[in-house]
Design a protein around this ligand. Structure first.
Ligand code: SF4
Ligand code: SF4
Length: 499
């Protein structure tokens, strides 16, 4: 019997737009833009300056600490500018702009074959870090950090997340259909780091060709199996995957490694294969450009830094005669509305979805008060109570939201919003609450740090004052001693004269 996770929903998967569009390589024509922050953690430190020549695969920004990631140029050419530019999420970020010379000259050793079986644990982790690999399912967490849990021997499952449960998106499906052998090799590389683990490739049952392709490569290999899960959203969430693979019910605020699991997206595992076996850092990715507003929904292999406008044009552009209501980075459940398409493709961007209807706009028109039906609570895959969270979020009662209702555990999957008959904008409220709570925490941390710095300064000043007074006293005493000595000497001298 198939084990499933609690809650979840069954939206129309809308995969028909692009599911059979073969992966095709798109070469950019415009400038390439590389934001220094494409990952969770500290932004990378820029290594180049305006006018510098660069090559494909050249490191142009260096990770700034353990939770950070390198950035590499995906083309050859010249650094045209280093400036702040808008990114997919809408924020302004420091970016390296490279003028593409169209030659694609590479750094030495790029694409060179390496036998991964001769590499040890340290060499594998070093190469993955040097390749700038981060989670490519959207989260952008630096992969080397994930691959170094406290106790590697306690890892029982290395899971390749091929669920691709978000509606419309099909690039992982295509990647599995066409690069199954490379993905299995990537998994074997990760398994070298975890002696006690079994490799599991988890795929939803709406991808029969991918299942077949992966199964034919896996065959009867020891330590690796393909697990098929019934289609249900959000199957690709880490908590859902852990339940389906291990059967364990996971507690809140616990990492997959605490349950013996390491989970990586299909694209990330493919990037690990390229980094280790081909000496190619993370410079390109599979991306779906789809939706009812696109002429030729496509799955593309695109160089990072390519303009999203170019990618939309590569997929035939917007459909004429259709009113484009919304453009999303990602899919309709978890995607981000794009305010501009003149933004670069980043490591974590798996799709551009062009909609001719705006579900948020429609919901806003139909919105009513909460009828307390509890459907949102039953749909939440994390086990939260969205019905209560919305009240706390609206009242800005963030103490209750965070500490009583565990609102920060929300994975923003949108299942609650999807089932709500009153069309309450639940996920939007939760996103907003999270942003505000984190901003408050940051401000509190900054205030505490400033207060500590002030207290340290005052303590230092009072110590200095104490020291100064002590020195003064000492000098005064020394002066007095000298005067006394002089007087004694004078008395002795005058006594001698009288004699
Ligand atoms: S699903 Fe909507 S109407 Fe029902 S309890 Fe939740 S918020 Fe209220
Ligand atoms: S958006 Fe958050 S609260 Fe709503 S169902 Fe998903 S995890 Fe639960």
């Amino acid at each position: 019997m198939n084990i499933t996770f609690r809650g979840g929903v069954h939206p129309d998967d809308c995969k028909e737009y692009s599911r059979d569009a073969a992966l095709t390589v798109y070469e950019p024509s415009g400038d390439l833009v590389f934001p220094v922050s494409q990952h969770i953690g500290k932004p990378a430190k820029i290594l180049v300056k305006k006018g510098d020549p660069v090559l494909v695969g050249q490191k142009i920004a260096d990770n700034d600490g353990y939770i950070s990631a390198d950035i590499h140029s995906s083309v050859s050419g010249k650094v045209k500018a280093i400036e702040r530019r808008r990114t997919v999420a809408g924020s302004m970020v420091d970016c390296i702009v490279v003028e593409n010379d169209g030659l694609y000259n590479t750094v030495e050793g790029f694409g060179e074959d390496t036998d991964y079986t001769v590499l040890d644990r340290k060499q594998i982790l070093f190469r993955i870090r040097e390749a700038g690999i981060v989670g490519m399912g959207g989260a952008g967490f630096p992969t080397p950090v994930k691959l170094e849990p406290k106790n590697p021997d306690a890892i029982n499952y290395v899971i390749v997340n091929g669920a691709e449960c978000e509606p419309y998106i099909t690039c992982d499906d295509q990647l599995m259909r066409t690069h199954a052998a490379e993905i299995v090799t990537g998994l074997k590389i990760i398994l070298k780091l975890f002696d006690n683990a079994e490799g599991v490739i988890l795929i939803e049952d709406n991808k029969p060709e991918a299942i077949e392709a992966m199964k034919s490569v896996v065959g009867s290999q020891r330590r690796i199996r393909v697990q098929v899960a019934p289609k249900k959203y959000p199957q690709g969430g880490e908590r859902a995957i852990m339940k389906v693979v291990t059967g364990l019910d996971t507690k809140l605020a616990v990492l997959p490694a605490d349950y013996g699991c390491i989970i990586n997206n299909v694209g990330t595992v493919y990037a690990i294969y390229e980094a280790i076996c081909k000496n190619i850092p993370l410079i390109r990715r599979a991306v779906t450009v789809t939706g009812p507003g696109i002429n030729n929904p496509s799955n593309l292999i695109a160089r990072l830094g390519t303009s999203c406008r170019e990618l939309i044009e590569a997929a035939g552009g917007f459909k004429e005669g259709e009113e484009i209501k919304k453009i999303l980075s990602g899919g309709p459940m978890m995607g981000i509305a794009m305010s501009s398409i003149d933004v670069p493709l980043q490591k974590g961007n798996n799709a551009i979805t062009v909609l001719t209807e705006d579900p948020v706009e429609i919901a806003e028109e139909m919105q009513t008060a909460c009828i307390r039906c509890g459907r949102c609570n039953r749909a939440c895959p994390v086990g939260l109570i969205p019905q209560e969270m919305q009240i706390a979020a609206e009242k800005k009662d963030y103490d209750r939201y965070e500490n009583k209702l565990y609102g920060l555990e929300c994975i923003q999957c949108g299942s609650c919003t999807y089932v709500c008959p009153a069309k309450r904008p639940l996920m939007v409220l939760f996103k907003h609450a999270k942003t505000e709570i984190l901003a408050i925490k940051r401000a509190e941390q900054a205030k505490a740090a400033a207060e500590k710095a002030l207290a340290d300064k005052q303590e230092k000043e009072s110590l200095m004052e104490l020291f100064r007074k002590f020195r003064e006293e000492e000098e005064k005493a020394a002066r007095k001693a000298t005067e006394n000595e002089t007087r004694v000497q004078a008395i002795i001298a005058s006594g001698k004269e009288e004699k």
